[in-house]
Design a protein around this ligand. Structure first.
Ligand code: PLP
Length: 386
């Protein structure tokens, strides 16, 4: 087997596309310890700085003490605890929808929802920059799979106009994970309504940070559940914990409970994860200063990066990529920053399209202005490398 597998690994290495893992020896946060060195961390999705928050840790401890660590079974057998149930009700209220359903991961939620809603004879339309889990869900569903040009409602409408009979599901990221731009949800919702299609938003990067109280990109645009009937979000990014949810109508959630295989055939999240997430959502809602500080850091970063002439993308969110183009170049810049105690991961194909390797800088509410300035000063020295 190894002989068969080895050439593909060698090829990845040759193209500077080999991925590797760094091992943290500290809690997640703006300051981390990796391989015995301290870094300022600019690559986590812990946008509100909640992953290591004392109240979240205390809630996890308490839940473990009260309900144990393992859930013991799937939700439909005997793993669904009162903490899971309370969290679902909390998320439903927070997102303004009748019901919500927990999934173990966002990846599984996306596979589960799409395959439960469409199948052979139906059509699924996805933005070409959608997250891998959405693309995989679309392919797995067996529905006719069509990608449309990034953030282009007209392209979507042309595709929908040609769709044959059957259900039509439109799926987009609320905030695109590698670019940071926000989907034009009002326009997409209008097209979907006109063409009798259902709109699903994956708000992994909008939940917690967008909208006045953090309810996400759908709230940011003031859209209703009728306009966006399927709202998916993850709990391992802004909420700082782990897991995912789908929020929507009673009928949607009941459909998922009955038919979403990645929901049915997997062990329920540890109850302590649900307990920790309840505490995290309290913080998301209560501490608006986290969103305000993050917004201030984003504008500080953008004006600094622009005045240095850095290749920023058109993003107003916590995801602030710098386009390097070449994978080797992105790796070299990432290494030069690491030498200066700054951790910014190089994101390369196939995660992003060929020729668009980038440094994916992420800002969080736990960063200080001084830390952002340190990154800008280092970039002024190392970018561009010849
Ligand atoms: C992270 C992410 C997911 C996957 O969520 P996990 O809970 O990490 O599995 C899905 N969609 C998008 C857009 C994401 O960024």
């Amino acid at each position: 087997m190894d002989e068969v597998l080895a050439p593909a690994l060698a090829e990845r290495q040759r193209l500077d596309l080999q991925r590797s893992r760094r091992t943290l020896d500290s809690a997640q946060g703006p300051a981390v310890r990796v391989d015995s060195r301290d870094y300022v961390n600019f690559c986590s999705n812990d946008y509100l700085g909640l992953a290591s928050h004392p109240e979240v840790i205390a809630a996890a401890r308490q839940a473990a003490a009260d309900y144990g660590v393992g859930s013991g079974a799937s939700h439909l057998v005997c793993g669904h605890t009162i903490l899971h149930h309370q969290l679902e009700e909390r998320i439903a209220a927070f997102t303004g929808r009748p019901r919500a359903l927990l999934f173990s991961t966002g990846y599984m939620a996306n596979l589960g929802v799409i395959t439960a809603l469409v199948g052979r004879g139906d059509s699924v339309f996805e933005d070409r920059l959608n997250h891998a889990s959405l693309l995989d869900g679309g392919l797995l569903s067996g529905a006719r799979f069509q990608r449309f040009a990034h953030n282009d409602p007209d392209a979507l409408e042309r595709g929908l106009a040609k769709a044959e009979s059957g259900r039509k599901l439109v799926v987009v990221d609320g905030v695109f994970s590698m670019d940071g731009d926000i989907a034009p949800l009002p326009e997409l919702a209008a097209v979907a309504a006109r063409r009798d299609a259902w709109l699903m938003v994956d708000d992994a990067h909008g939940f917690g940070v967008l909208g006045a109280n953090g309810a996400g990109s759908v709230a940011h645009f003031g859209l209703t559940a009728a306009q966006v009937p399927v709202l998916m979000g993850t709990l391992g990014k802004s909420a700082g914990v782990f897991g995912a949810f789908v929020a929507g109508s009673e009928t949607l959630i009941e459909t998922l409970i009955q038919f979403a295989r990645p929901y049915i055939y997997t062990t329920a999240l540890p109850p302590m994860v649900a307990g920790a997430t309840l505490a995290a959502i309290d913080l998301v809602e209560r501490e608006a200063w986290r969103r305000d500080h993050l917004r201030a850091l984003i504008s500080h970063w953008r004006s600094g990066a622009k005045s240095l002439g850095l290749p920023v993308l058109d993003s107003d969110t916590a995801i602030q990529p710098l386009l390097a183009g070449d994978a080797a170049q992105a790796l070299a810049i990432s290494a030069a920053l690491a030498e200066r105690g700054l951790w910014v991961t190089a994101i390369r194909p196939p995660t992003v399209p060929a020729g668009t390797a980038r440094l994916r800088v992420t800002l969080t509410a736990a960063h200080s202005v001084a830390q952002v300035d340190r990154l800008l000063e280092a970039l002024a020295e190392v970018w561009p490398l010849s």
